[in-house]
Design a binder for this molecule. Structure first.
Ligand code: AMP
Ligand code: GLY
Length: 420
């Protein structure tokens, strides 16, 4: 079959890498793709948030299946537009994507279905929000309601910090995403990511992971899109996974169906686990980036069969084949990220690295210029490895990092510290 993946980051490189291992995949196109993806698939220039343009492109190229990587096209209704054109698609409708695009929507769903999450208040003016913060005290969490590229959340240690964040959000620092603000109870515990596929009715867990959101070692410094990840996450024991399914994910999926907006696609539950009890931090309606890279490393080509089962409503008959293995990815970013950074620095040494089912460098923000690979974004490379233990996966990943010649880049040296 002919498959189109929308997106151009490390997540989409990993999706393309896994999907093209499946014999069902004949032609693979990624829009827009990147320099690494271009080595394994065709890349196409396309406005991926324009559902009409995506549908026309898919028809012109006889695409049988579209996989939507990032949240923006989902929130823009690209899946709805493809469904209307009769094109099979992996990813939720615009209504269902509100589980990520609106924190207030998700809170309301949790209230209705009883899913455990932080207590919260929802505000449209700064004075009421500040009064709430003063009444509750710190630490407290201030969130812009809409999509803010993972940067619209301030975990405030003091009331003054929370008030400043409120002013910043209502002052337009996050554009439209900050017109409404959610203020949440600070939850203690260990964070983990839990991934399930849903076909509107059935739910299939496909793995757990732990991300490293802070830029600096020891989980210090500013928040980023994620500096590294590993799978599985030890805190997500079988018992915790079962509770997350029964208490959070299944009630949510049932409530979405009851509302007439069934959820289809991958549902990523960001959880806070304390004393064996999971609570929901947030949902994402797509794979995590870089969590996807470690999941794909472990799942390989079967992910295409699982995605098809999900899109076609056959998930009840699907199962996952698990190897008892571990994967880790180390993000290499341009110096300065997540603040200002330079583009265009030359990256060397990749061609000499092993590339097999245990070693893979996924590209995030890269481009090819005059035959040389250059950095073209903040997060640039995802150096990913698999092993029989997490320690082995980690040794392999850092072994590759050490052979990459990129003076303009940096990475955290402690990915996996919590588990090891
Ligand atoms: P979010 O974008 O909602 O995932 O928030 C980004 C990060 O902020 C999360 O990954 C957590 O580390 C932290 N965070 C968000 N909400 C809370 C909360 N209610 N309690 C504690 N930490 C939180
Ligand atoms: N790595 C976090 C995310 O993709 O949201």
């Amino acid at each position: 079959m002919n498959i189109l993946i929308l997106g151009g980051g490390g997540r989409e490189h990993a999706l393309a890498w896994a999907i093209q291992q499946n014999p069902k995949c004949d032609r693979l196109i990624v829009a827009p793709g990147n320099a690494g993806i271009a080595r394994i698939a065709e890349c196409a220039a396309l406005d991926i948030e324009d559902g009409g343009a995506v549908a026309v492109f898919a028809e012109e190229n006889a695409v049988d299946f579209v996989v939507i990587g990032p949240e923006a096209p989902l929130a823009a209704g690209v899946a709805d537009r493809l469904a209307a054109a009769g094109i099979l698609c992996f990813g939720p409708s615009r209504d269902a994507a509100q589980l990520e695009s609106s924190k207030a929507f998700t809170k309301a769903i949790c209230d209705t279905c009883g899913a455990p999450t932080a207590a919260y208040g929802h505000f449209t003016d700064a004075d009421a929000a500040k009064a709430h913060v003063r009444a509750e005290g710190a630490p407290i969490v201030v969130k812009a309601d809409g999509l803010a590229a993972g940067k619209g959340v301030i975990v405030a240690e003091t009331v003054a910090e929370a008030e400043a964040a409120i002013d910043e959000m209502f002052g337009g620092a996050f554009g439209g995403a900050g017109a409404e603000v959610v203020i949440e109870e600070f939850m203690e515990g260990e964070e983990a990511s839990f991934f399930v596929l849903c076909d509107g009715e059935h739910v299939l867990p496909i793995g757990t992971a732990q991300d490293h959101k802070r830029a600096g070692e020891g989980d210090t410094g500013p928040n980023t899109g994620g500096m590294g990840a590993y799978s599985p996450a030890p805190v997500m024991t079988e018992a915790v996974c079962a509770r997350a399914l029964d208490e959070i994910v299944r009630p949510t999926v049932a409530e979405m169906a009851r509302r007439g907006t069934p959820y289809r696609g991958v549902l990523y539950a960001g959880l806070m686990v304390k004393d064996g009890a999971p609570r929901l931090v947030e949902y994402n309606v797509r794979f995590g980036d870089p969590e996807c890279q470690v999941l794909m490393m472990r799942l390989g080509g079967q992910v295409l069969d699982l995605m098809l089962a999900c899109a076609e409503g056959r998930l009840a008959e699907a199962g996952v084949n698990w190897a008892d293995d571990h994967a880790m990815t180390v993000v290499m970013a341009a110096k300065g990220y997540p603040g200002a950074y330079e583009k265009g620095s030359v990256i060397g040494g990749l061609d000499a690295l092993p590339e097999d089912s245990a070693h893979m460098v996924f590209h995030a923000g890269t481009a090819e210029r005059d035959g040389r690979l250059v950095a073209a974004g903040g997060r640039v490379l995802n150096v990913t490895a698999r092993g029989a233990s997490l320690a082995e996966a980690r040794a392999r990943a850092y072994g590759m990092v050490d052979r990459i010649d990129w003076p303009g880049g940096f990475c955290r040296r402690d990915i996996g510290w919590r588990a090891l």
